[in-house]
Design a protein around this ligand. Structure first.
Ligand code: ZN
Length: 271
């Protein structure tokens, strides 16, 4: 049978391909199957994993959240079918501790919402997510800080990050403020950015401005821009982490439209 004969019988193109991917969503389908969403270097795609929920299934390990591997997928139109998985990084640790599992679920939900469908996705987003998971595994004691960095980076990637080095109202460099003024900076929830002491008063819209120590402007800038490979140990007080979390979460929900279920679960653990 030559190719053209095959084409005339099957109107739909069937594609079988191998792709590197990380599982960002996995839900049970019926008693035995699973539907996974894979984040690949070219975007996300959904695939049905037949029989993956059976204990003896060779695919069972490969459909767990945050597992990375080479996924073999058959696709006509719409959802694909998972044929085979060769795991390259199981990230077992992320499923063994409740706290890490909660962070991993949050990271995965965030990237799943941010990513475009394959083939229109972005390799840089894929690598950003891979780096976040690796840091979570390698530095479990720093998980809350890694989460702040991940939020800052994804905000920047989504184009929902202000210039953390300038006053969002007057444009003045905030490093200048640090040397000429003793006042704190503020985060304006309405403007979605930091404001210098001069711009905080009088309040223009009646909305509360969150007080932010000057040093945290630099932290926000670095968290959003520094590559994972250059991040070493980070020390940050619980109070500073709390301020950054409020800023980044507000920025995510109001300026990126991302308010997530897994985030609320994470918060309910009160880590
Ligand atoms: Zn200003």
């Amino acid at each position: 049978v030559n190719d053209s004969a095959v084409d005339s019988r099957n109107e739909e193109l069937e594609l079988v391909f191998n792709t590197e991917a990380i599982v960002v969503r996995s839900i049970a389908y019926g008693e035995n199957h699973a539907i996974v969403t894979l984040l690949t270097p070219t975007g996300k795609l959904a695939a049905l994993a037949r029989g993956a929920k059976k204990p003896q299934s060779r695919m069972a390990a490969g459909v767990q959240l945050c597992v990375q591997g080479i996924y073999s997928v058959r696709r006509r139109s719409g959802m694909g079918t998972l044929l085979q998985v060769e795991i390259t990084n199981s990230r077992r640790r992320l499923r063994e501790q409740l706290e890490l599992a909660a962070y991993a679920a949050y990271f995965a939900e965030l990237v799943e919402r941010a990513a475009d469908d394959a083939p229109d996705g972005s390799e840089s987003l894929y690598r950003l997510f891979e780096g976040a998971l690796d840091r979570l595994v390698e530095h479990p004691e720093q998980s809350s800080i890694t989460a702040l960095m991940w939020e800052a980076k994804i905000l920047l990637w989504l184009g929902a990050s202000p210039d953390w080095q300038r006053c969002v109202r007057c444009g003045r460099p905030l490093a200048e403020v640090a040397t000429t003024s003793t006042g704190d900076l503020g985060y304006s929830p309405a403007d979605g950015g930091l404001v210098c002491p001069a711009c905080q008063e009088p309040a223009t819209d009646g909305r509360e401005v969150l007080r932010v120590p000057v040093a945290l402007a630099r932290v926000l800038h670095q968290f959003s821009r520094i590559p994972w490979s250059q991040v070493r140990s980070v020390r940050l007080s619980a109070a500073s982490q709390g301020i950054l979390r409020r800023i980044l979460r507000h920025q995510l929900s109001e300026f990126a439209g991302l308010s997530l279920r897994s985030q609320r679960f994470l918060d309910s653990l009160d880590l």
